[in-house]
Design a protein. Sequence first.
Lengths: 318, 383, 289
Amino acid sequence: MAHDAALASPKAEPGEISSPGSLADPRRTSWPVLMVFLVPALAIYGGLTAYPAVRTIYDSFFTIEGLEVSFVGLQNYRDLLQDETFWVAVRNTFVWAFIAPVLDVATGLLLAVALYAGVPFARFFRVAWFTPVLLSYVVVAILWMWIYNYDWGILNAGLRAVGLGSLAQSWLGNPQLALGALIVTHAWKWAGFNMVVCLAAIHSLPKEVLEAGELDNCGWGAKLRYIIVPMLRPTLLNLYILAFIGKMKIFDLVWIMTAGGPLWATETVSTYVYKRAFNWNTFDLGYPSAIAAVWFGVVCAAVIILNRVLASKERLEY
Amino acid sequence: MSVVTLDKISKRYGSASPVVDAVDLTIADGEFMVLLGPSGCGKSTTLRMIAGLEAISAGTLSMDGRVMNHVPAKDRDIAMVFQSYALYPHMSVAENLAFGLRRRKVGTAEIDRRVKEVGDLLGLGALLARKPSALSGGQRQRVALGRAMVREPMVFLFDEPLSNLDAALRVNTRNELIKQHHRLGSTMIYVTHDQVEAMTMGTRICVMNGGKVAQIGAPLEVYWHPADTFVARFLGSPPMNLFTAPLTRTSEGFGFATPGLTAPLTRWSAATLAPHADRPAVFGVRAEDLHLDRAAAGPGPTGTIRGRAFAIEPLGAETLVVCETALGECTARLPRTVALRPGEEVDLLFSASAAYVFDGATGKAIPADETASAVRGVLRSLQ
Amino acid sequence: MSFTSLFGPRDRGATPMPGLFGKIMLALVIGAYTIYTLGPFLWLATMSVRTTAEISADHYAWPRPFHWEQFRIAWVDSNFATYFWNSAFVVVGAVAVVTLLGAAAAHALARYRFRGNRVIYAVLFSSIIFPPQITLISLYQILVNYNLYNSLFGLMLVYISLQLPLTVYLLEGFFARIPQDLFDAAKMDGYGDIEIFRRIVLPIGMPAIATTLILNFIQLWNEFLFAVVLITDPDKRTLPIGIRAFMGDHFQDIGMIAAGVMISVVPVILAYVFFSEKLIRGMTAGAVK
């Protein structure tokens, strides 16, 4: 229809917007009306997201101690390169951001397939497994600090109960294990999210394909390997990127459970920025601004690269 | 009084060629005007410009002499029934009906009265409390109609309102709409691509093609006197048979005489046809004017189309026979008793008064001369 | 038609398992995972109705008797009432405002064509990936400058900005699917743009709006980082930082911590019980491709 053609046409002629007649076009309105709808949201965005972000980048070229502000150029960035703690934090965050999502997504996928395989009360399990997603990091952190408690935590208590008391650990106190312990905790919270998304994606697959696999006498393992995973690829990649973004920002869990310790074993970029800005006695806001600015760039670049790399692979696939 | 006048109305998007191109149309007070055409011909866009939902790129739209180009849709006092019905899903039937009145500062008592009246009139009385999702397609259609009626607007617009209904319901609703038009006597403009709707409902039909008006006239006038080959084929089912052939001078004046087609042209004077002589012209004859036996073709001179039947389509009341001829395919609507087999050679006869001639270059009809046309009218009435 | 469906109705996608062994394995995995997700939570629930002395004696015993007064003590004596009402004030206020502003912006972006539409959408949407530190330090300075530091109102403003991108993203997707004919019909019925938003878009968008309401509520109810930076006054603490502070001061008082945690979790669990489908749909929207 002619009308549809109008909707598809990419842009109007210059100046048409302001001519009164064009206001009658169904998808146009006057600027004042648009302003009423958009300005409040844009004001909030501009004042509390865009401006602070720009200001943080601007601040990163200064040393800011209370009211004393002095321009230092790139000194903060030069210091950053020499800052061993920063690099430890980057390493930890990268380990977390690249490896943990695999754990999250794989667990989620397996759980989804288990539910899809026709378990009774699937709705109950879906709701039950999703519950940890809703708990705050504070609650999750407290729970798991207790689970990891050396004296009476369920982990050590369980090990002692089955005679493996020698394996009992101070899980969060051991620099070798602390990061792993946090990653497990984080996966506990998020696996249910990945499960629900995978389940929805499996249900939206064309049923005939799975049934065809059945007629070919395909076991669940083979079905997973040859049918579900390839067809769910876009969803799984999407989940991976989502998990990746989440992990690049991780703060709450670490801050409450270990505060970055022991010996910086669980220090992440977020906790380090927080420490430098609000927790150390230096009170310089310029240097943490530089870290934040660098990290902002890294996260954006990583998301763009991941999107490109994973998406281009997908294009080759088909 | 509500006369709607479109004066050289055009619609163009960006720099592309216009979707609606200089449409001239006057819709008289109380008239049921049907805009008919294939999809993409600009009829819906024209309707939406009248509604105020699309800007008018050029030309003037006026109602009762008042220019409406820049009056917003909400102030035009026009009601519209949409193809999708566009019922507000979160409101009950009664609220849907009342929604437009509330805006127009109609008193609560008056709103209730009108909603009840229209509800009763359309048989929606028992459904007033329901949500649209709990209604059948036909009921939704009636609510959409009621929403327009309750407003008592100057002009009603309909954008293919029956196309989402099944066949039986469509006939019922069509009759309902005709009834309401008679009752209200309002000006109505109705867009459709369905020629049956156009023929049965319209006071006049405006056939559109490629954004332009092809012909405006009363339904039978357009049917019997198509202005060009497009209208000739678009109105009528099966469409008019058209053959391009040279117009030649014969013993009795002018006519077609090529392998497969002989047609004496008695409706036209020699003077009318002379400028077209010895050039390709388009000959047309309707499927129902083709016959197997000489008697059925009626008195007077007859023409012949010779071909080979290749598809016999019995429709019950009649049988469609599609023939392969030297000039192309030809469809005849024959009595149900016809006994033809595919592959059989047939001579299809037609009265010379049933012939049409169109200009080979422009496709415009070459109008028959008065006297011949009168004869034809008499012959028609005798049949 | 599937082959199996000839033999009567079955669950969606249900297929016969390879055998008894497979069934038992599946049941074990599912059972173990359910204990793994729900177990810690139930453990927390039992501890919340036991005194710390009882817990120290045996961390895994069933509460006997149920010390419901733990909640009263936490609520009254341990300041959790203050934290709860602070959280409620900030979160309810922020959610109400962000939903209204977000819906208005989402409607404009979904419905109208104008220069810069997609740019605005992309800019808003891309801030979903921003690491919070990029705004955190400056927001601290800005709020200090405008006397909004250490103020619940200031925190509310920040929360509005935090949830705005997600709100616009979710609602834009829904609003864009409302048929244009409804808008045209309302125009013919005499309504202007703003009236149409109020009387057509908001009521029809209610399912999506409800989803974003609950989602925003839970995310802000659980928010920690901005609260801990922007609030220092003990009387203005929200629940997450209140619990964290309480734990810092009373590290050994496990029973009381558990009761406080339960208080903070109850609204979330209630929302989940009543709106689990909406919530799950909202949280997973956009992730399914």
